[in-house]
Design a protein around this ligand. Structure first.
Ligand SMILES: Cc1cc2nc3c(=O)[nH]c(=O)nc-3n(C[C@H](O)[C@H](O)[C@H](O)COP(=O)(O)O)c2cc1C
Length: 354
């Protein structure tokens, strides 16, 4: 039994967002004091050459990253790296600070090992994130920056929002993700329409002299044809990869009594759906895919990799399983690779595709 599994009943007595803030505060303190960070690293981090992945011109020490939303304001990236994550996706970062939706807006669905959130892009805005990165520096693992629009923006303003955050932060990022798939921000227009996507990518392409890799994050609720249309557009603009998937509005397989809270569902009930999206994307394109949704163990990470994901991310699985999660997943992945005769993670990517 881990320390976290002993503490979890206590932590889970707190409202979900309070527990989350408390956890982040602890991680921030730990990550910013080198002796503590060194101890965490020694206790948790697992490195192995078979875990290394090259994707979009970046070397990832292992394929297990932190999904967007956990570190919205770049406060705990060092602590997350010390725990053993192979990369951290900061954000969603918006151009200006915004409070997000009213609390409560984050719910644990314990019976389902899931969460529902309707945070609504709460965040400190790009200037604060930039200052923090300049002040503290970046961890020694790749960092992605996930960019988003203000909730009040019109379709035209949204494009300017993406441009602003991109120009402000892309020089610090190993990759940038355009997030057009959040199910809990106001839907003033169709964020996934081909015209809107083209306008965003065209704008970012014009700003991207440094050639920072750009990815797009998709939702799990899109019909297959829309996904393929999006991939066609991503390829047309030479994007570098796809993050699949964001949270779902579906409540299939959910048993918890608070499952009907509105917002995006993450965690176990999302797992198969997001893996199916990874699989259909990987069968359609050679662009690298970052698989996210319900990853909480070596087996679930391995399944996404075999379905075609070059990298995986998690959020909810980390909340349920605690600080030992990345180490347990990376260690377990090496065992699974050895069991199946793969020399590396890269050799196993897409192994289940015909
Ligand atoms: C509380 C919470 C906040 C999130 N915020 C963001 C966000 O700001 N931007 C984003 O792209 N995804 C966000 N996500 C979605 C996650 O990045 C991820 O795509 C989703 O939770 C599925 O992964 P999981 O099952 O491992 O949690 C958020 C998820 C949660 C639970």
């Amino acid at each position: 039994m881990t320390l976290y599994s002993r503490l979890r009943p206590l932590v889970f007595k707190l409202p979900a967002e309070t527990a989350h803030d408390l956890g982040k505060r602890t991680l921030r303190v730990a990550g910013s004091r080198w002796p503590i960070a060194a101890v965490l690293r020694y206790a948790y981090r697992y490195d192995h050459p078979a875990l290394e992945v090259e994707a979009f011109d970046t070397t990832f020490p292992n394929p297990v990253g932190v999904a967007a939303g956990f570190d919205k304001n770049a406060e705990v990236a060092h602590g997350l790296a010390a725990l053993g994550f192979g990369f951290v996706e900061v954000g969603t970062v918006t151009p200006y600070p915004q409070p997000g939706n009213e609390r409560p807006r984050l719910f644990r669905l314990r019976e389902d090992e899931a969460m529902v959130n309707r945070m609504g892009f709460n965040g400190q805005g790009m200037e604060r994130v930039k200052e923090r990165i300049e002040h503290r520096g970046l961890p020694d693992v790749p960092v992605g920056v996930n960019v988003g629009k203000m909730n009040s923006s019109t379709e035209t303003e949204a494009i300017e929002d993406y441009r602003r955050v991109f120009t402000r932060l892309s020089s610090y990022a190993d990759y940038v993700v355009v997030n057009v798939s959040c199910p809990n921000t106001p839907e003033e227009f169709d964020e996934g329409s081909p015209e809107h996507l083209r306008a965003i990518f065209e704008t970012l392409e014009a700003e991207n002299d440094a050639g920072v890799p750009i990815l797009v994050k998709v939702g799990p609720d899109e019909p297959e044809e829309s996904l393929y249309d999006l991939v066609d557009i991503a390829e047309e603009f030479d994007l570098d990869g796809i993050v699949a998937t964001n949270t779902t509005t579906s409540r299939e397989r959910v048993r918890s009594s608070n499952g009907e809270e509105w917002g995006g569902l993450s965690g176990k009930p999302l797992e198969d759906r997001s893996t199916a999206v990874v699989r259909s994307l990987a069968s359609y394109t050679d662009l690298p895919i970052v698989g996210v949704g319900g990853v909480d163990s070596a087996e679930s990470a391995y399944e996404k990799i075999r379905a075609g994901a070059s990298l995986v991310q998690l959020y909810t699985g980390f909340v349920y399983n605690g600080p030992a999660t990345p180490g347990a997943i990376t260690r377990g992945l090496v065992e699974l690779l050895e069991r199946d005769g793969f020399s590396s993670v890269e050799a196993a990517v897409g192994a289940d595709l015909e």
